[in-house]
Ligand binder design. Structure first.
Ligand code: NCD
Length: 310
């Protein structure tokens, strides 16, 4: 029995395979229901708070869209400067305050562990929309759901993760989900931005085949999916180091056509330079469909943690 009612969504590692299947099925169900009407009357009167202490376009707006499409209401802020954080209020006090207003909280904050801290003081379920270089579990679920919808399966695929694997929270959360599948991971990064060794070791302990390289072209020749990521400028202490590494990998249409014409191309976005715009019109460029999937997955998560009958 899947019961996510009242649960916080903090970390990719918290999900069982059954949870993942349930959330994806619910997302499919919402997608179908929204084919012939703009909203579903499931969360009427309930309030979602979106607390974004770090920049966001998709995560915040898709949480808000998801709540509106479920018939609920939204309050929140999109920058900490406009809140009492600027006066020195602690995260815990801000969360205790919002807990008096809202039934469910989606948040993003620059500190690793911030969502867990918030969850420890909030009665309302907390959904982690990114805690620094830590985790981003709702993005990981929508990424997995995108692989499932684009390829019809996750098992048996080879997924190439490329870019800033050290600081990228979407890939840190993503691999926690991939470990439930029979897939192979090729991790492409410059030496300075490799996936943390303890994460790789954990995957191998789960019998996931992991290959690490700095050669994107070789990896693409074997990949079914490319999951490209942005070099995470805001996590660098040294600007010069960022400047040196920022253009480590750039995917072009010519590369895809030459090496792997059927490659499914994903990116959590925002992209900076790492995918040239001529890739966008390839039928297998999935990153904007991936954005759309975020709404259905977040509807599913909101409904599940609120224990709504569906
Ligand atoms: C990602 C993030 O914020 O971690 N964006 C997102 O949520 N879609 C990726 C990134 O910022 O590079």
């Amino acid at each position: 029995m899947i019961n996510l009612k009242g649960k916080d969504i903090l970390d990719g590692a918290q999900f069982t395979r059954e949870d993942i299947d349930y959330i994806m099925a619910l997302a499919d169900d919402f997608r179908t229901q929204l084919r012939n009407k703009p909203a579903i009357d499931l969360m009427r009167g309930y309030i979602l708070a979106t607390l974004f202490f770090e920049p966001s376009t998709r995560t915040r707006l898709s949480f808000e869209t998801a709540m509106h499409r479920l018939g609920g209401n939204v309050i929140g802020f999109s920058s900490a400067e406009s809140t009492s954080t600027a006066k020195g209020e602690t995260l815990a006090d801000t969360i205790r305050t919002v807990d008096q207003y809202a039934d469910i909280i989606a948040m993003r904050h620059p500190q690793i562990g911030s969502a867990r801290e918030a969850a420890s003081v909030a009665k309302a379920p907390v959904l982690n929309g990114g805690d620094g270089a830590g985790q981003h579990p709702t993005q990981a679920l929508l990424d997995l759901y995108t692989i499932q919808t684009e390829l019809g399966k996750v098992d048996g695929t080879t997924i190439v993760l490329c870019g800033d694997l050290k600081n990228g929270r979407t890939v840190h959360a993503g691999v926690e989900l991939y470990k439930h599948y029979k897939c192979r991971l090729i991790m492409v990064a410059p030496d300075q931005l490799k996936m943390p060794a303890e994460i790789v070791a954990k995957l191998r302990a789960h019998n996931i085949q992991v290959t690490e390289t700095d050669n994107l072209e070789k990896a693409l020749a074997e990949g079914d999916i490319l999951y490209m990521t942005r070099i995470q400028k805001e996590r660098f202490a040294d600007v010069a180091e960022y400047e040196r590494l920022k253009d480590s990998y750039i995917l072009t249409r010519a590369m895809v056509e030459r090496i792997r014409p059927n490659l499914t191309i994903m990116h959590p976005l925002p992209r900076v330079n790492e995918i040239t715009p001529d890739v966008d019109t390839l039928p297998t460029a999935a990153y904007f469909r991936q954005v759309g999937n975020g709404v259905f997955i977040r509807m599913a998560l909101i409904a599940a943690v609120m224990g709504m009958p569906v």
